[in-house]
Design a protein around this ligand. Structure first.
Ligand code: ATP
Ligand code: MG
Ligand code: MG
Ligand code: MG
Length: 512
């Protein structure tokens, strides 16, 4: 029995449709009117206003496969990508929801039956976790869920309690949340080559998270009980695909292998072998990061985001350009990344048709971004050489990424003597300018200060930062208030964004 990712996805949706769940399309990965998020990070995001009681759905239960990106905020998996076998920047989350309809017992039973009967996973390879309570938050142990798992035939030694960090799910710093129960899969017992088991590959991986949304985390950190209780679940498609195909890595599946083959063909380098290395420097790691990032930016660009909109997106694109150039010999103007986005569209375009509809736009943006990046790099190395002629003491400075950073450095070097004569401090407002206007990160600012025997005025920096945040917040609110219906719809049409019933439109409704 071969489980293609396509078949796994559609079996999931069909299973819940047969249980009277309404099939909802994935929302775009760009959140609508939610300043707490840069990217959609879970299937439940588009239902957030429902959970908070701001709006209602015409159906009591729903199912979907949602495009998710986790590169920032509460859920940030960027540093794991490439180094482990099961975290990606972009992944698909399969989920089912109950809006005040069924609750814990049915949710656990549905998940268990799908895994053990439809997908036919052996129960003795599965572990379940439940919420072990938290005294400081005044939350009880979830013994109800423990008993539910017992009644479903799960052995006692496979039912394990965890605390807030693992088993109390929260979307972000605030918003809907609640205790959860998770299903984990034990890969031990597979005939695995031992050198691959320990590096990057865990024995136990989390497959499915079943959350019982009962609270809203407020801005002051307290929990407010909701009037209605909801079920919100999420299972990573890449993980279940690896498991059902007896693979120890998500990358050894049909979701990634075609991208690897294309990279291999274009570069003429040796094929992907699936190895993980301690220092993350092997060619396989480069393969994984490149394939991951191509999927991420193809989806984000197709959904209407521009590199200007998010420095995270821009960083991911530039990292892909660098890895492509350094590790795979991709040359400027050869359209290698563009060709890879076609492979992504081939693989996911049937499920997310916007990937095909918007592909031409993706290519234009990517081409522009690549040319711009090469230009910047050239200018950077020219400007840096110039500056070093005047200021050789800066030669140890590391991690300069843009010509703007050099401009910032030029600006401060003009004032050094003045500050030395005063209190040997790099003033807080200047540190903030380096950070905010010129894009220097904290380590780099400290490094520069040190070169000139200065210390950074941290307090002044923090003060300026707080003031500036307050200001953007007010501007953001004003912008939301004036966001009128016509404007929004015009914007949608102008941007050619996929307007799905379940994302853009309802977001519009709740924002009005
Ligand atoms: P983990 O503990 O492995 O980081 P998580 O607890 O952060 O996962 P959830 O927020 O519970 O993940 O999301 C639900 C499901 O989505 C997970 O059980 C997993 O199958 C999948 N998932 C989460 N993050 C990723 C990721 N970065 N890449 C691929 N799949 C993921
Ligand atoms: Mg995580
Ligand atoms: Mg987890
Ligand atoms: Mg989880």
């Amino acid at each position: 029995l071969h489980w293609s990712s396509k078949r796994i996805r559609s079996s999931f949706i069909d299973y819940f449709k047969a249980l009277d769940h309404h099939h909802v399309r994935s929302s775009p990965v760009i959140p609508w009117n939610d300043p707490t998020l840069t990217f959609v990070n879970a299937g439940m995001n588009q239902f957030k206003p429902v959970f908070l009681g701001h709006t209602q759905r015409a159906y009591p239960c729903a199912t979907s496969s949602q495009k998710c990106i986790r590169v920032g905020g509460k859920h940030n998996d960027l540093t794991d990508v490439g180094n482990d076998s099961y975290h990606h920047t972009f992944f698909e989350m399969l989920g089912n929801w109950s809006f005040g309809d069924y609750f814990k017992k049915e949710a656990c039973s549905m998940a268990w039956t799908l895994l053990t009967e439809v997908y036919q996973l052996p129960p003795n390879r599965l572990y379940v976790t439940y919420f072990g309570g938290d005294e400081t938050m005044g939350l009880d142990v979830d013994n109800e869920v423990k008993d539910i798992w017992r009644s479903l035939g799960v052995a006692d030694n496979r039912i394990i309690p965890f605390g807030m960090k693992e088993n109390f799910w929260e979307m972000g710093m605030y918003g809907p949340c609640g205790p959860c129960t998770e299903i984990h899969y034990d890969r031990l017992g597979h005939s695995l080559a031992s050198d691959r088991v320990n590096l990057g590959v865990e024995d136990l991986i989390e497959l499915w998270n079943v959350v019982f949304i009962q609270y809203e985390r407020l801005k002051d950190g307290s929990l407010k009980s909701l009037d209605t209780y909801y079920v919100d679940t999420g299972m990573g498609l890449e993980r279940i695909t690896a498991v059902l195909n007896n693979k120890i890595s998500n990358y050894d599946t049909d979701l990634f292998m075609p991208i690897f083959s294309a990279i291999e063909k274009m570069s003429g380098r040796s094929a992907y072998t699936g190895k993980f290395s301690e220092d993350g420097r092997c060619l396989d790691t480069a393969y994984r990061i490149l394939a991951d990032h191509v999927r991420m930016f193809t989806v984000a660009l197709a959904d209407g985001m521009f590199p200007e909109d998010s420095h995270k997106l821009r960083r991911i694109i530039r990292r892909a350009i660098n890895i492509g150039g350094d590790q795979f010999g991709f040359l400027p103007g050869k359209n290698c990344l563009i060709d890879l986005t076609c492979i992504v569209a081939e693989s996911l375009g049937e499920t997310y048709t916007e990937l095909c509809d918007q592909l031409a736009k993706v290519h234009i943006i990517l081409d522009h971004e690549e040319k711009y990046f090469y230009e910047i790099q050239e200018k950077l190395s020219r400007d840096w050489k110039d500056l070093l002629l005047q200021r050789p003491e800066l030669k140890t400075v590391s991690d300069l990424q843009t010509p703007g950073m050099i401009e910032g450095i030029r600006e401060i070097t003009g004032h050094i003597q003045e500050w030395k004569n005063y209190d040997c401090k790099l003033p807080g407002n200047m540190a903030f300018k380096l950070y905010d206007t010129y894009g220097l990160h904290a380590d780099l600012i400290e490094e520069l200060a040190e070169i000139y025997g200065l210390t950074v005025d941290e307090e002044g920096f923090q003060l300026t930062l707080d003031k500036s945040r307050q200001k953007t917040k007010i501007i953001g609110q004003k912008r939301l208030e004036t966001f009128k219906k016509e404007e929004l719809l015009n914007n949608l049409v102008a941007l050619n964004l996929p307007v799905t019933d379940d994302s853009a439109k309802y977001q519009y409704r709740t924002s009005n």
